[in-house]
Design a protein around this ligand. Structure first.
Ligand SMILES: [Fe+2]
Length: 443
C-alpha cells in the first residue's frame, strides 16, 4: 500500500495499535520496577494476609494476559494450563496464596515475558474489530488496566512491608498554602453519569444515563492531614456520636486512634511511608483512612461524604455546556500538570496543587492523589450488562462495598477516568484512600 492509499481508518487502527502497545509497555515497566527492587525471599513472602506475595501478582498478571489476549483474542492454545488454577483470584483468597506451589520468581518473570512476546504478535495482526472484545482494542486496554491495578496493589504491599526503603521517587512540587474557598456550590439539576462512548471503560462505568442531583457544596480539596488531626485531637476516636454503629464497633474492637501507619512519639505525629518514618505533613491530603473514619470525620465536621453521583457531577459536569467531560479539566488525556497519577510521586501532593486540573467550578485534585470514599454502595447503573464476565463487577454489587472515586497517586491514567469506579469494604485502609466532604445546598 502506498501513502496515497492510506485511509483514515488505517491511521486510526495504527494509532490504536500504538496506544495498546504503549500502555502495555508502561504497565510492564512499572511491574518490573516493583518486582525487581526487593530480593527473592521478599518476593515470595507475604507481608500481610490482605496481600498476595509479589510473585503471585507477577505470574497472575501474565496468566490473565494469556487468558484474554492469547487465548480469547488470539485463539491460541494454553501455554501452561496446569497453572491456571493457581492464579485464579476467585479460586484462592489472598491468605491462601503463599502456601500454593507458585512459580518461583525467575520462572514467573520468564512466563510473563513469554506471554508478552506472543501478545505483541497478536497485536500486530489485530484489526480491532469483529467482536466486542476486540472492538477499539478493548481487550488490550482491559489487560493493561488489569496490570496497572495490580501495580497499585503491589505498591500497597510495598507500603505494608517493614524492611528498609526499596522504592524512591521525587516529591511533588511544593505549592503555597491553598487559600481559595474551602467549598464550592454545585447547582442542582440533572447531569450525565457514566459513559457509553469511552472505548476502554469497564462494564460498571456503563451506560451513560441522566441522574438528578440536588444542589450541594463540596470541599474544594481533599481533607488534609492537618484537618484530620483536629478531629483526632478533639477526641474524635473516643466519641460514639460521630460514628455509625458498625464503625464504632470496628474502631473499639481494633483500638483505632489515627490513620494506618501513623504513630505518636514525643508529642509529634509521625507516619511510615515506603520504609521511611517522617513527620505527618499537615497540608497533604489524608491517606490510609477507612470508610468509617471518613464518615465519622465528616459528621464531626457537621458535614457528610458526597454520594457517588455528587462526586461525579462535581468532577465531570460543565455547567456552561451541560455536558459531562472525560475529566474535570476537559476531554484531554491526563498530563503531569493536571493530576498526581502513575506512581510518579509516592505520596499525595499538597492540597490545592494542580490548578490546571481543576473542574469548571474550581474543585481541585478530584483525579489522582488519593482515592475518595463516597457514601454510596457499589451498585449497577440502570441498563448495566456484565462484560466480559460476571466476576469483573457484577458479583461485587451490593451494600457490602463502598465506592471510591478519582484514583490515587498510585494509579496509572489508563485505569483512571472521570467515570472510573473503585470499590472496597468500609474497613479497608491499607489502600491509598482519603476523602472530601459535602453538605446539601439550599433547594
Ligand atoms: Fe487480577
Amino acid at each position: 500500500m502506498t501513502d496515497a492509499d492510506t485511509t483514515v481508518d488505517d491511521i486510526d487502527i495504527e494509532a490504536l495499535r500504538e496506544r495498546a502497545l504503549t500502555t502495555l509497555t508502561t504497565a510492564r515497566d512499572r511491574t518490573t520496577l516493583l518486582t525487581s527492587c526487593v530480593d527473592e525471599p521478599e518476593l515470595t513472602a507475604q507481608v500481610s494476609p490482605l496481600m498476595s506475595p509479589l510473585v503471585w501478582d507477577l505470574a497472575h498478571i501474565g496468566n490473565q494476559e494469556e487468558l484474554w489476549l492469547l487465548r480469547a483474542v488470539g485463539g491460541r492454545d494454553a501455554m501452561r494450563p496446569e497453572i491456571d488454577g493457581l492464579y485464579d483470584a476467585f479460586e484462592h483468597p489472598r491468605s491462601e496464596r503463599p502456601s500454593l506451589p507458585l512459580l518461583p520468581p525467575a520462572e514467573a518473570r520468564q512466563y510473563a515475558a513469554e506471554v508478552r512476546g506472543r501478545v505483541t504478535d497478536v497485536l500486530a495482526d489485530s484489526a480491532f474489530r469483529g467482536s466486542r472484545l476486540t472492538e477499539a482494542g478493548f481487550a488490550f486496554g482491559m489487560v493493561a488496566q488489569h496490570e496497572q491495578q495490580h501495580d497499585e496493589t503491589m505498591l500497597i504491599t510495598h507500603q505494608l512491608r517493614t524492611g528498609p526503603q526499596a522504592l524512591t521517587a521525587p516529591d511533588p512540587e511544593p505549592v503555597p498554602l491553598f487559600t481559595g474557598p474551602s467549598e464550592v456550590l454545585v447547582p442542582g439539576g440533572p447531569f450525565t453519569m457514566g459513559t457509553s462512548t469511552e472505548p476502554w471503560a469497564l462494564d460498571n462505568e456503563k451506560p451513560a444515563h441522566r441522574r438528578e442531583v440536588a444542589p450541594f457544596y463540596i470541599d474544594t480539596t481533599p481533607v488534609t492531614n492537618g484537618a484530620y488531626l483536629a478531629f483526632i485531637e478533639d477526641g474524635g476516636y473516643d466519641d460514639p456520636r460521630w460514628w455509625t454503629k458498625e464503625g464504632w464497633a470496628h474502631v473499639r474492637r481494633n483500638s483505632l486512634v489515627a490513620p494506618l501507619f501513623w504513630r505518636r512519639e514525643a508529642g509529634q505525629w509521625l507516619r511510615r511511608r515506603f520504609g521511611v518514618t517522617e513527620a505527618v505533613p499537615l497540608d497533604e491530603p489524608v491517606v490510609h483512612v477507612c470508610w468509617y473514619e471518613a464518615d465519622a470525620y465528616a459528621r464531626w465536621a457537621g458535614r457528610r461524604l458526597p454520594t457517588e453521583a455528587e462526586w461525579e457531577k462535581a468532577a465531570r459536569h460543565d455547567p456552561t455546556s451541560d455536558r459531562s467531560m472525560r475529566y474535570p479539566w476537559g476531554d484531554a488525556d491526563p498530563a503531569p500538570e493536571h493530576a498526581n497519577l502513575g506512581q510518579r510521586h509516592l505520596r499525595p501532593a499538597p492540597a490545592g496543587s494542580y490548578p490546571a486540573g481543576e473542574s469548571p467550578l474550581g474543585v481541585r485534585q478530584l483525579i489522582g492523589d488519593v482515592w475518595e470514599w463516597t457514601s454510596s454502595d457499589f451498585l449497577p447503573y440502570p441498563g448495566f450488562r456484565a462484560f466480559p464476565y460476571k466476576e469483573y463487577s457484577e458479583v461485587f454489587f451490593g451494600p457490602e462495598y463502598k465506592v471510591l472515586r478519582g484514583g490515587s497517586f498510585a494509579v496509572d491514567e489508563v485505569a483512571c477516568r472521570g467515570t472510573f469506579r473503585n470499590w472496597d469494604y468500609p474497613i479497608r485502609r491499607q489502600i491509598f484512600s482519603g476523602f472530601r466532604t459535602a453538605r446539601s445546598g439550599a433547594v
